[in-house]
Design a protein. Structure first.
Length: 197
């Protein structure tokens, strides 16, 4: 099974498919929206933790910005009635830390706002995963957790306003790279001006 890939992004589709060139071999991965913005970089290359999903008729690769994100994905697909596509949809609609908080605090309202998640599925997620979720912060992430990145904050704000995660991410990636040094309200205003026709 493939567990980690480091390579150059050849293309990225709005629906969350990425083609990664790893030493001349192209790997197509399905990734949650925002993954490439959060992923570790090695020069021009991006580093993704990978979950290999094997079915009778297909072999699919799912890519994640960190090992913790991959662990969360694996826990979510372990819940009866939740498949990889639904789990990917959840991680696209809610940043991993927010999804972990929503499940851990039994915030069914937040979970049911994710397309494809009804009340029963939300209840099942909260019941099955309580106490099993990866920690929100590790020593290496303590500084980041204390000040969540503006990319994630603005993504959440835009998707809560009804914008599709793919279009919100596209606009944020086109904005200046120093997102964390600017006020969130200013970033939201700029993003909205780019999103409006």
């Amino acid at each position: 099974m493939i567990g980690l890939l480091t390579g150059r992004v050849i293309y990225e589709q709005p629906e969350g498919a990425v083609l990664l060139d790893v030493n001349g071999v192209g790997y197509e991965l399905l990734v949650p929206v925002g993954t490439l913005g959060r992923a570790q970089r090695d020069g021009e290359k991006v580093v993704l933790s990978v979950h290999t999903h094997v079915r009778e008729d297909a072999l699919e690769l799912y890519g994640f910005a960190s090992e913790r994100d991959r662990q969360l994905f694996r826990l979510v697909i372990g819940v009866p009635g939740v498949g990889p596509k639904t789990a990917l949809n959840m991680l696209s609609a809610l940043p991993p830390a927010e999804l972990t908080r929503a499940i851990g605090s039994n915030d069914l309202g937040r979970l049911t706002r994710v397309p494809g998640i009804g009340k029963k599925t939300a209840e099942r997620l909260a019941l099955e995963l309580r106490g099993r979720l990866p920690p929100l912060e590790t020593q290496g992430d303590a500084r980041k957790s204390a000040q969540p990145d503006n990319f994630g904050r603005v993504m959440t704000a835009l998707t809560n306003m009804g914008y599709r995660p793919a279009e919100a991410e596209r606009v944020l990636r086109a904005m200046s790279p120093d997102l964390d040094s600017r006020p969130v309200t200013e970033l939201i205003r700029e993003a909205l001006s780019r999103l409006m026709p």
